[in-house]
Design a protein around this ligand. Sequence first.
Ligand SMILES: Cc1cc2nc3c(=O)[nH]c(=O)nc-3n(C[C@H](O)[C@H](O)[C@H](O)COP(=O)(O)OP(=O)(O)OC[C@H]3O[C@@H](n4cnc5c(N)ncnc54)[C@H](O)[C@@H]3O)c2cc1C
Length: 469
Amino acid sequence: MEANISLKNFTQLENFGHSLRAPSYRFRPTCVEEIRDVFRLATESGLTVTARGAGKSYNDASLNGGGITLDLSAMNQILEWDPASGMVRCEPGVTLEQLWQCVEPNGWWPPVVSGTMKTTLGGCLAANIHGKNNFKMGTIGEHVVEFTALLPTDAEVTCTPKENADLFHGMISGLGMLGVFTSITLQMKRIESGLLEIHAWPVHDLHEHLSFLLQHAPDHDYIVGWLDTTNGGKSLGRGQIHAANYLHGREDPDPQTTMQLKNQILPPRIFGIFPKSLLYLFMRPFVNNLGWRSVNTAKYVASLRPHIFRQSHAAFHFLLDYVPNWERSAGRGGLIQYQSFLPRETAEDAWREMLTISLKRGLPSYLGVTKRHRPDRFLITHAVDGFSLALDFKVTDGNRSALSNMLKEFDRIVLDAGGRFYFAKNSETSAEAARAFLGEETISKFKELKKRCDPNHLLESDLFRRVFG
Ligand SMILES: Cc1cc2nc3c(=O)[nH]c(=O)nc-3n(C[C@H](O)[C@H](O)[C@H](O)COP(=O)(O)OP(=O)(O)OC[C@H]3O[C@@H](n4cnc5c(N)ncnc54)[C@H](O)[C@@H]3O)c2cc1C
């Protein structure tokens, strides 16, 4: 049967940080049959297809230069929600924002969320995202009860941890390269309050920073570190740790009120007057080496007093959404993120070396975030028993090639230290680096699945060609 759609809508798409661009034919299906139509059209036209959720990956994971982009954001219905069991079934384009706003007033919260609520569930499963509770709750895939997917072979499959288990563990983490999620069933986490109790402590160097994460994670539900990436020497790795706990029983005297959406939603204006949507423009003059060093120093000084406070779930998890379009403050060249995952034994030396190199070269990261992790059983896993450090870099015409060379050096340091990379973030990871950290066994298992689900390589992204091409 011929596809009842045609090639049009040739659009320039970008990664989240606006540092990469790829023109492609964009389709926005509203049901499974329309995804099928796009697969047929792609086959007839000899084009490849890449699924795209909200396009919030920092790299080329949802870009497909010259091919077709299957934008799933219109498949965004919450199909079933059971407030008694906490089980929810959604279309793949449902965002974390829609999800938490649906379940939170009934006393539930998504068990794993990213640092932005704008991501879609399809994108979150494809990358197998982690949150600030990775050490305790694992990745989002560990909370998936079932998903359905359409494969390029035209088969519709249902996968659970037991049924089609190899495909379940391959498609979750598989970066949309095996099939397209069409529905996702997740188990939510019970909460007894709309607030979290946050503990904040300063840390004075890298050794203290990582020791703190390691020592304090078991006593908390969430833990995350801010690392001042612009100061070296004895202060290298200094920063602030935030750990958060759920409130139980009567710790929140009025949970009915704190769980109301109006007490969670981030306000659109600062001081009730200034629209936050314009704030990124005022940040621009500070997004340079000198400006950001001053910002970091001021932030560190302000963090020197340990303190405890309460915050809504949304405010704690989605701090980055507080300033809409903040990534645009990096200017025309955009920004990229480099996130490395290192075993606890080797993390300190490796990150000391990387941060020292970046400072010496005058290419400091402007934002560093640390987390504590545990390994998982998904095929393309990025997690380790250790820590991650996410570094944001501003890209300019002048620094692009020096930055790229430095990140390749970082790759070597990470690999030598037994570390891993994250395919939703890093833009540099080469095929060799991927092979080195994933190992031959994983690569051949992935290739077997690819052959079974997508024998004609219909599903390819710029990331796929870079890493597995
Ligand atoms: C500010 C910010 C903070 C972040 N914080 C975190 C964090 O704390 N933890 C973390 O793990 N990640 C984090 N991320 C990364 C983000 O969670 C992932 O990149 C996620 O995959 C983005 O979801 P998306 O819907 O935008 O997907 P896209 O970026 O559009 O796509 C991501 C991948 O999913 C595939 N895909 C999308 N939909 C489907 C589908 N229906 N079926 C099959 N494949 C599909 C795409 O082909 C692509 O490979 C953050 C990103 C940003 C911008």
